[in-house]
Ligand binder design. Structure first.
Ligand code: HEM
Ligand code: HEM
Length: 168
């Protein structure tokens, strides 16, 4: 069974931990303007930063082919599912950055100040900010489904899929 490169495996698990941590540190509503969750911003931006080496490693051949043991339609479904996760992993931090900009709060990445992506507003931060809040929870459901599928492969189909994403 071919595996993901060690580098891609490290980035996959680091990202999973960061997404979970970003979710646990997230806050919504009026509270955010008064007391912005800076740890949430840093953890979420770390997801975005890790996407750069991850996509480069992927393009450089760090991801093995999806094994053709489950038929072309399920393979396509797996590819689409992974692509959707990638869209969330890029879209969520960007919409969060935008939401923080519209709320007019300082944005920093572990102490490094970052510029705002949009001008601040007095009222609600807008549609992209709402999408961020909904998407922020949706990604957990998607990741949960993804986990269940991985466990299904491992313990029911017993086709070794999980080992593709584990270092040993
Ligand atoms: C994978 C990364 C991220 C996840 C999973 C995530 C998740 C969430 C969730 C679930 C909420 C809603 C919380 C609630 O309603 O109680 C939220 C709100 C928020 N997040 Fe994130 N977030 C991420 C990245 C970021 C980043 C990078 C920033 C800023 C640089 C950010 C800024 C915000 C702001 C400002 C809000 C409040 C929006 C509002 O009140 O309208 N997020 N996030
Ligand atoms: C927030 C949590 C997670 C996210 C965002 C996530 C995201 C992803 C993405 C985008 C891929 C495709 C990688 C590529 O082909 O470039 C992937 C692959 C994989 N993930 Fe996750 N993952 C998460 C958690 C988990 C967990 C908890 C498990 C296991 C219990 C898991 C098991 C796997 C496996 C086995 C693969 C390889 C699938 C294959 O190509 O055969 N993931 N994950």
């Amino acid at each position: 069974m071919p595996r993901y490169s060690k580098f891609m495996i490290a980035l996959h698990w680091a990202t999973a931990v960061l997404v979970l941590a970003a979710w646990f540190t997230s806050e919504g509503g009026r509270h955010v303007r008064e007391n912005p969750p800076l740890l949430h911003f840093s953890l979420g931006l770390a997801v975005l930063v890790l996407m750069i080496p991850r996509l480069l490693a992927r393009m450089a051949g760090g991801a093995p082919r999806i094994e053709d043991t489950q038929g072309p339609w399920l393979n396509l479904a797996a590819k689409i599912g992974h692509a959707v996760l990638y869209v969330f992993l890029i879209g969520l931090p960007l919409t969060g950055w935008y939401a923080a900009s519209r709320l007019g709060v300082p944005i920093s990445f572990f102490g490094i100040s970052l510029p705002a992506l949009a001008a601040p507003v007095q009222g609600p931060p807008g549609l992209l900010a709402e999408l961020h809040e909904t998407g922020g929870t949706l990604i957990l459901w998607l990741a949960g489904l993804h986990t269940l599928i991985a466990l299904w492969h491992q313990f029911v189909l017993r086709d070794g899929t999980l080992r593709r994403m584990t270092p040993v």
